[in-house]
Design a protein around this ligand. Sequence first.
Ligand SMILES: Cc1cc2nc3c(=O)[nH]c(=O)nc-3n(C[C@H](O)[C@H](O)[C@H](O)COP(=O)(O)OP(=O)(O)OC[C@H]3O[C@@H](n4cnc5c(N)ncnc54)[C@H](O)[C@@H]3O)c2cc1C
Length: 435
Amino acid sequence: MHQPHIAVIGAGPSGLAATRALQKAGIAVTGFEASSGVGGLWDIDNPRSTMYDSAHLISSRTTTQFAEFPMRGDVDYPGHRPVLQYFRDYAAHFGLDAAYRFDTRVTAVTPRAGGGWDVTASAARDEPAGETTEGFDGVVLAGGTLAEPSIPSFRGSFDGELLHSSQYKSARQLDGRRVLIVGAGNSGCDIAVDAVHHAASVDLSVRRGYYFVPRYLFGRPSDTLNQGRPLPARLKQFVDSRVLRAFTGDPVRFGFPKPDYRIYEAHPIVNTLVLGHLGQGDLGIRPDIDRFDGHDVVFRDGTRGTYDTVLLATGYRLDYPFVDRAALNWTGAAPRLYLNVFPPAMNGLYVMGMIEASGIGWQGRYEQAELIAAYLTADDAHRAAFARAIGTAPWPDLTGGYRYLGLERMAYYVNKDAYRRAVRRATASLTAPLR
Ligand SMILES: Cc1cc2nc3c(=O)[nH]c(=O)nc-3n(C[C@H](O)[C@H](O)[C@H](O)COP(=O)(O)OP(=O)(O)OC[C@H]3O[C@@H](n4cnc5c(N)ncnc54)[C@H](O)[C@@H]3O)c2cc1C
């Protein structure tokens, strides 16, 4: 039997998980990583990293780590440096580094006559010198989802400094400046909490209301509660919104708009320090931006403010620039993939890490890798049945019963429990007796 040789693009958590699972299944892997080492965006020195000095995990250690390789120590929410060390240890422990070509950026993935894919790569620091093309039976795309800034357009022009959060590394960048942060997602709130200690003033412009989850509830990391047996969506929304109201109060009291959606219908914000700073008067909440006017920003309610820096914490967009969009079945803001992994054409491309979910952790990504490995090692009959099911049966509901907001960044959002259940089921189907 022909032994497949698979290319893995990226040595972040998803790429490492893929390399580990494929190697465990006896599949030959060649990895390509544009940066000089493993860790993906957790390596703040990776030129593609969108990490900043003060960043820590917002999901807790035990719900995030790979199950077969627990993180050392007892810190619940480690910072990005220990997290990077964790990935270095993980790669060293399972001998994953040897599979990778570092400082090597993939520039094209193109179909090969007769099947498989050609992967063209070049020295990341010296393009286009040293370009090589090599054939593979399949390609795992694990280049990350949080690297390409999503930048809204604004009317007017701003004469101060306009930054995206991907360019934010340290609060020192904001020393003495009048700062407007746009967007109160997890990055926006983290940056706001940093900024209050450095900036001359900090405002936060928000379009909608948010739900703020404390890192600890009842003395335990909040995401470790209610594990194992998830409550039905409506019941969980009912219970958790009341628990949050009891612990953190009503964000409307702190100046945020009232959310026009239920909890968990968008990514919750794991940050209550921001509410503390609002309570201390360190921060101001402003409405959505109407337009820029020199150093002024005019808001939708007609008020205006004068700023030195406008920092757009407006998120990221998906981008797989080296693959034809049709091969990934792009539909709107995201590829439409079976279980967010397989293009329906089952063409030998596999996407890893294209999941946004509250609390899915790196183990959730590893389970994607196990599914890919199970597919690649399955016999022809099982693979045919799997492909048939993708083509004919309705795809599993990955929402867990939550009605996600119809925002671009929610295009590949899943409920972690529904998703992991569906992935595990699909993996099992590739080895179970066929009916
Ligand atoms: C501030 C911040 C906090 C976060 N906190 C959490 C958290 O608490 N819990 C959690 O689960 N997740 C968190 N995340 C999400 C984070 O994205 C994931 O933890 C994880 O890093 C995703 O791994 P990945 O391998 O898919 O992508 P990445 O970590 O982005 O890795 C992708 C890798 O692919 C490489 N690459 C890209 N394109 C190419 C190419 N063409 N050729 C070769 N190599 C390429 C990149 O250099 C990079 O090394 C956070 C993210 C940020 C920014």
